[in-house]
Design a protein around this ligand. Structure first.
Ligand code: PRT
Ligand code: ZN
Length: 298
């Protein structure tokens, strides 16, 4: 194949991952001129171009060397990897989880079925668009079940009588509820990932890729960081500090006119949930604030 000097990234043309993926690339300093057919977008600042395709085609395009990288759901990537195992194809790898497009690939059963575990699926028919992942999961649990492969509308299969259970993506769970189904087991926690071939190009594209990964790490780190501010008494300080989410050592500041009080400032590596805040408050903290981080330069 003719070598290219520009890096090429495949991403979903129109769907759930399109907006957040473009947004992420923009934040990494990449911008694109959209061509009229919108299949190929030329990168303006950096030597990185985009190919806009159906998400299902992305792993194949990387495996064939048409693209160097792809932004795709882990569910699609893993299903492709399973379909290729045993074939003499270029292996793909997950380079980075990207933190959006989160969902689960789950077994869902009709509400009235009393699900006690995978063995309950023995001899039943399960409808899915993910026959590889489902087959592997069934094998790992020693369950023999019929896999009914459907391209879409998997959730209506039990009602139509074509399957007894389904294996599909779940996010809010609303689709399951609307179809009188309930989530019974989780096969895979998924999110959008940056995928690439195991053998990275050893030319200018490789250098650009390295640079892109570094920028991506910075963008992800900032996006996931929160600054936690709170007040605590000196007496409660130890209990409060013990409950802080992971991150560098917090900073302590005096509070004017209240020698017994301290203000604590901590950089947290991930989301700070309401639960965590309530626990920290119970330990003696008050005036708590969680702020997003805009930029970071160590
Ligand atoms: O045209 P193209 O093939 O590119 O698009 P597509 O229709 O195959 O993909 P799209 O845009 O629906 O999803 C792209 C990726 O988003 C998926 O591969 C997942 O990695 C991720 N994702 C995240 C989801 C969901 N959440 C999701 N909820 N993909 C699909 N769903 C569907 C699910 O199949 C079910 O029908 O939404 C329904 C469930 O949602 P809840 O909220 O009702 O549980
Ligand atoms: Zn698709």
């Amino acid at each position: 194949m003719k070598t290219r000097d520009r890096l090429r990234i495949a991403m979903q043309k129109s769907g759930r991952l399109t907006e957040p993926a473009l947004n992420l690339l923009n934040r990494c300093g990449l911008s694109f001129r959209q061509s009229r057919d919108k299949l190929f977008c030329f990168g303006e600042g950096e030597p990185v171009d985009l190919l806009l395709v159906r998400d299902d085609d992305i792993p194949g395009l990387i495996a064939q060397g048409v693209c160097d990288l792809g932004i795709v759901g882990r569910n699609v990537l893993n299903e492709f990897q399973l379909s290729q195992s045993g074939l003499d194809a270029e292996p793909l790898q997950e380079l980075r989880p990207l933190g959006f497009g989160r969902c689960r690939l789950s077994i869902a059963v009709p509400n009235e079925l009393d699900y006690q575990g995978p063995r309950q699926l023995e001899g039943r028919r399960i409808a899915t668009s993910y026959p590889g992942l489902l087959g592997e999961w069934l094998r790992s649990h020693g369950v023999n079940a019929g896999v009914v492969t459907l391209a879409g509308s998997v959730e209506i299969a039990p009602k139509l009588g074509t399957a007894d259970a389904i294996c599909d993506l779940v996010q809010s769970g609303g689709t399951l509820v609307a179809n009188q189904l309930r989530e019974a087991d989780i096969l895979l926690e998924s999110q959008a990932v940056l995928a690439g071939s195991l053998a990275l190009p050893a030319d200018e594209r490789g250098d650009m890729l390295e640079l892109l990964l570094k920028r991506l790490d910075g963008v992800i780190q900032v996006r996931e960081s929160r600054l936690l501010l709170l007040q605590t008494s000196r007496a409660a300080l130890e209990a409060v500090t013990r409950l802080l989410p992971g991150g560098p050592q917090p900073t302590l500041l005096p509070v004017l006119g209240q020698p017994d009080q301290l203000m604590l400032q901590a950089l947290c590596a991930g989301e700070v949930s309401w639960r965590q805040l309530e626990e920290i408050k119970k330990a003696g903290a008050r005036e708590m604030l969680v702020l997003p981080v805009e930029k970071m330069l160590a």
